[in-house]
Each structure stands twice: as C-alpha cells, then as structure tokens.
Write a protein that binds this ligand. Structure first.
Ligand SMILES: NC(=O)c1ccc[n+]([C@@H]2O[C@H](COP(=O)([O-])OP(=O)(O)OC[C@H]3O[C@@H](n4cnc5c(N)ncnc54)[C@H](O)[C@@H]3O)[C@@H](O)[C@H]2O)c1
Length: 315
C-alpha cells in the first residue's frame, strides 16, 4: 500500500492526529465525524498542529500540499467505500464500536483493513458483528498521535497474519514504530505497564511514603530519562537477571496489588477532584504553579525535540 486511501472514522483528539500522520506520510485521507461542523473544527485544529510542525521543521512539504490530501465526509459508509485502510477513533464504547464495524464491514471492499484505535476494548468483540473479522485489527496510537512514534498493532482472535503485516508496513512507511500485540489482552502493552505504574504511584502517596511531586520527580528524572534508550527488559539484562530475581523475591510481595481503584482515587472522584478538567487532582491546576496549557506545550516541545534529534541521527 504505497499510496493508500485512508479513512479515519471519528475526528476528535486522536482521529485528527491520526489523519494528519497519514496525510504527512503521503496518503489521501478522508476524515469522518458526525457532522460537517465537527469536521470543519477538526480541520482547523489540524491546520494549527501543522503550523507548529512546520515551524519545527518536521514536515518537508507545505501545509497546503499536505491538507490538499485531506477531505471531509460525514457519511462513514460513503467514506470507506473506496478506502484501502480505515482507522476508527470514535468514543470508547463497545456497542457503538461494534455497530460501527458492522457498517464499515458491509460498506467497504473485502480487502480493506479495518483498524480500531481502542485503548481498552477487545478487538475480538469489536469485530464480532463483521462478516470478515480476519481483516479487523487494533492500531493503538498514543496521544498526540502525530508526534508519538509507537503504535500497538493488536490481533483479535480472528485477525489474520496478512492483516497484521500489511498494517505494520503502512505504519512503518509513515514513520511510526509499530509493536505487535499477539493476544487480545486488556490494555495491550503500554496501558498495562502505565497502569501498573499509576497503581504503585498512587499507593506510595496513599501510604504516606512520598508526595505526588516526589513520586513524579523520581519517575521523570530517574526512570524516564533512561527509558527512552533502555526498555525494562533491556534494563533487566543490563542489571543481571540473577539480581532481578533476587530483588523480585523480596520486593514483589510488598508492591500494591489492589484489584480496584484505591480509596484515595475513589474519594477524589467523589469530591470532584478530577485533575486538569476540574482544576484539582493530585495537584492544584488553578492556583498552584501548574498550568495545563504550559504542561501540554512543554510535552509537545519535548516530543518535537526528540523527533528532530532522531531524524538528524538517521540522516
Ligand atoms: N485520548 C487519548 O489519549 C487516547 C489515546 C489512545 C487511544 N484513544 C482511543 O481513541 C478513541 C478516540 O478517542 P478520542 O480521545 O479521540 O475521543 P474524542 O471524544 O476526542 O473523539 C471522538 C470523536 O468521534 C466522533 N464520533 C462519535 N461517534 C461517531 C460515529 N458513530 N461516527 C463518526 N464519528 C463519531 C465524535 O464526534 C468525536 O469527534 C477511543 O477509542 C479512545 O479510547 C484515546
């Protein structure tokens, strides 16, 4: 699929970045959402993202050329009828996704790949109403999808190898780093590891071992700075598997093993402390030194710097 027709169903936070990533990669992209008003807003947001990417030198073509490959279509069945690759990024609701895939399956060519960007729902269930579940696959992009390199490519129980290998190659060709998830487990790879970390970090705060600031400092300044170069299993090899075994023997039984959100989290939710969206979570986002816009800008600037360095090193 050197130049595929791509359809993105759902043009919200993730869909617009996914569409943009394919358009920058040279593909024609049709963006779908519930109505033209939402689609026009998404296109405006794509234009502002592109402006930042251009300024940073992350795109070689002009914004106009890139956006000329993007079209808007509120009717999903019409949009997918001529598409080779479809990525669904609608709300995280199983019934809605199942029904959407039933429609996409009926409206598309039988060799079109149908991918879901779900973070937590089983691909097998999403594909359950389709006549061709072998061409349904998970493509879990990370936020922001136009900047984050990794995409998890997830097998459902009936997904065939050809679908996964085609998906891996189209993603590689647009500069992504796909990782194959061979079993349809909840949370795939990244979300499982992230939530193991959130569970333990919450436990450390709840047990009074450290403040949120100090927990985050250690994750960012000790673990994070190294993790870009060495994953946890590379680190295990580097430390020595015998050492890992000895540490695990003593430590694992002391780690948090909650099977539901801890009391501190439940209380925060009950009190409306929802994080950035309510102005207070583990941190104060209204009057404290933290500012949501600044944090997001810093995140994007950091990701842009990494991408630029990687490109420079591969030249
Ligand atoms: N937000 C994240 O950080 C993140 C990260 C990875 C994966 N995901 C997954 O990506 C998917 C989308 O998440 P999001 O954060 O972009 O959500 P969002 O709410 O920002 O966007 C969803 C969009 O889908 C549209 N939509 C809903 N039903 C539709 C339909 N039937 N047809 C066409 N469009 C429809 C909505 O109007 C909305 O614009 C979810 O499955 C989510 O779990 C999200």
């Amino acid at each position: 699929m050197s130049k595929a027709s791509v359809a993105v169903i759902g043009s919200g936070l993730m869909g617009r970045g996914i569409g943009l990533a394919f358009a920058i990669g040279g593909h024609d992209v049709v963006m779908v959402d519930l109505d033209l008003g939402l689609l026009t807003k998404s296109l405006e947001q794509i234009n502002s993202i592109l402006e930042v990417m251009q300024e940073a030198g992350l795109t070689s073509e002009s914004s106009d050329r890139i956006t000329s490959r993007i079209s808007l279509e509120p009717n999903s069945e019409k949009a997918v009828s001529n598409s080779d690759f479809v990525v669904e990024a609608i709300f995280e609701n199983l019934d809605l996704k199942r029904e959407t895939f039933r429609k996409l399956d009926a409206a598309s060519k039988t060799d079109t790949i149908l991918a879901s960007n779900t973070s937590s729902l089983p691909i097998t269930s999403i594909a359950s109403e389709t006549l061709h579940p072998e061409r349904v696959v998970g493509t879990h992009f990370w936020n922001p999808p136009h900047l984050m390199p990794a995409v998890e490519v997830v097998y459902g129980e009936k997904t065939n190898d050809a679908t996964v290998s085609e998906t891996v190659s189209i993603l590689r060709a647009i500069g992504k780093k796909p990782a194959v998830v061979r079993k349809d487990v909840p949370g795939q790879i990244g979300i499982r590891i992230l939530y193991s970390m959130i569970r333990e970090a919450t436990h450390l705060v709840e047990a009074g071992v450290a403040s949120p600031e100090d927990v985050d400092t250690i994750v960012k300044e000790a673990l994070g700075t190294r993790l870009e170069v060495l994953g946890p299993l590379e680190l295990a090899d580097l430390s020595g598997v015998d050492l890992v075994s000895n540490v695990a023997k003593g430590l694992y039984k002391t780690l948090d093993d909650s099977v539901e959100p801890q009391k501190i989290i439940k209380d925060m939710v009950a009190n409306g402390q929802l994080g950035i969206k309510s102005g207070k979570g583990f941190y104060d986002w209204k009057t404290g030194s933290k500012n949501a816009d600044q944090v997001l800008k810093r995140r994007d600037a950091h990701l842009i710097k990494i991408l630029k360095e990687r490109r420079k090193n591969s030249e």
